[in-house]
Design a protein around this ligand. Structure first.
Ligand code: GLC
Length: 438
């Protein structure tokens, strides 16, 4: 549970022009966001810069010079004007667990989602990025370090005042919500907190991908153990490794390999292509599950073309059942995380603004998530049906807490958070902000 120094929801009237960067996956996304104090009038210019896969496991210096160079290219491409006196303000979406004593710094605790860059864990990512930017003389001032879940919550609440939670169901799995600071025991005695009214709301980044790292609660399979042992950080992100997009296909692959080693499937066939770690992604799994041809020939063709194996009828059925059970477990776990927040906060209604490849690309995820949430929170069938916002029996839209598509968290969200921070500074409210914004 990490404090973020995002103090409350936006009013929707925030204004200003902001640079944002999002470092998370295979690309670095850079945006120029113009907020005009009106949800319908947000200007967005953006570009993505391909990050070489080597960077993910390389040295800190390579990462930061790639980020600073990409920013420089973007500033030139868009002819953005900043000076030392009037720098461009930057919101930095950094979606890893980072302790923030201030909104404009973040000390990385551990890499997650397969990243393993040396020289950053235990260090402030904002300082490292600032050094790289100043070595290129970029006229940029970093105002806020933002987690993607907080960004999703704030961007969505800029448009939708019913937003209660921002969630990512993608490569990783995590959520953020708002609590009042008097409830945050961890930092109650910090000098920064003492400057604030105890009723002040603050966004909390749960980092619940790390739930049950002690492995005392959740039942796991030998395949889950294998994923953990072979990951760059064994023992970390126990919950995420059961439920997030990065791992679902890999769980499937490991089970298939084991069944083959036991001579139960694909007997007599070479399966070398299937031996490549992380070669199956979530969309492959959902395609198998969604195959509605009577003899499952679409899955068979996909297996043949991707992995060079041919499948018997029972093998096709087995693969489909497997893809289904892995996805169901993941979706239901994703619902437990949200249910836990709702119970903890006594939240009985509202919108969970979600983003990420699993919720956006796996067609059955939402329905499964919605059904599990209702089961955990004990909603009656009539309570669900009465409040079917979709009117179509979509279970993620039934009941008092529903799933919505998050607005652009790492672009608009990071910009709105930077704007809120600058507004606070202008009012002389410096709690949780280290720099001056100038
Ligand atoms: C991982 C990260 C977390 C992020 C989530 C979704 O769990 O540790 O910071 O929010 O992935 O991207």
């Amino acid at each position: 549970m990490y404090v973020t120094w995002v103090l409350g929801f936006p009013t929707g009237k925030e204004t200003g022009d902001f640079l944002t960067i999002d470092l998370g996956g295979t690309n670095l996304r850079v945006c120029w966001i113009s907020l005009r104090g009106n949800e319908n009038e947000i200007g967005i210019k953006q570009n993505s810069y391909k990050m070489s896969p080597k960077i993910k496991t390389g040295e800190a210096s390579e990462l930061w010079s790639f980020v600073a160079e990409s920013l420089k290219t973007f500033i030139e491409e868009q002819s953005l004007k900043g000076t030392k006196e009037k720098p461009l303000h930057l919101g930095f979406t950094f979606s890893y667990p980072a302790i923030q004593e201030y909104i404009d710094q973040g000390v990385l605790q551990t890499w997650t989602k397969g990243f393993d860059i040396k020289g950053i864990e235990g260090k402030d990512v904002a300082t490292q990025l600032r050094t790289a930017m100043s070595s290129l003389d970029l006229p940029v001032k970093l105002v806020a370090v933002v987690n993607d879940t907080t960004g999703a919550m704030i961007a969505s609440s800029y448009h939708d005042s019913q937003t209660i939670i921002g969630a990512i169901f993608g490569t990783g799995c995590n959520a953020a919500y708002m609590d009042k600071i008097s409830n945050i025991r961890k930092i109650r005695s910090s000098d920064e907190i003492k400057k604030l009214d105890p009723e002040t709301p603050m966004a909390i980044n749960c980092e619940y991908g790390a739930f049950d790292n002690a492995r005392k609660v959740l039942p796991v399979t030998p395949y889950d153990d294998q994923i953990d042992a072979q990951s760059p950080r064994p023992g970390e992100q126990a919950f995420e490794k059961l439920s997030a997009g990065l791992y679902l296909g890999e769980i499937f692959r490991l089970i298939i390999l084991d069944m083959h080693a036991r001579h139960l499937i694909f007997t007599g066939q070479g399966i070398d292509k299937l031996r490549e770690p992380y070669s199956i992604d979530t969309s492959f799994l959902s395609n198998i599950e969604d195959d509605d041809t009577p003899d499952l020939s679409t899955s068979a063709a996909e297996f043949q073309s991707t992995f060079g194996v041919s499948m018997t009828q029972p093998e096709r059925q087995f693969s489909r059942a497997l893809a289904k059970i892995i996805a169901i477990r993941g979706a239901r776990l994703c619902a437990t995380g949200i249910a836990a927040i709702c119970r903890h906060q006594n939240i009985s209604s509202g919108h969970v603004a979600a983003d990420g490849s699993v919720v956006n690309k796996h067609p059955k995820f939402k329905k499964r998530w919605g059904r599990a949430l209702g089961e955990i929170l004990d909603w009656s069938q009539s309570e669900r049906e009465e409040r079917d916002e979709s009117g179509e029996g979509d279970e993620s839209q039934m009941g008092p807490i529903v799933l919505t598509s998050a607005e652009d968290g790492s672009g608009v969200g990071a910009a709105v958070i930077a704007a809120m921070t600058l507004e606070r500074l202008q009012r002389g409210e410096k709690a949780g902000v280290k720099g001056t914004g100038e």
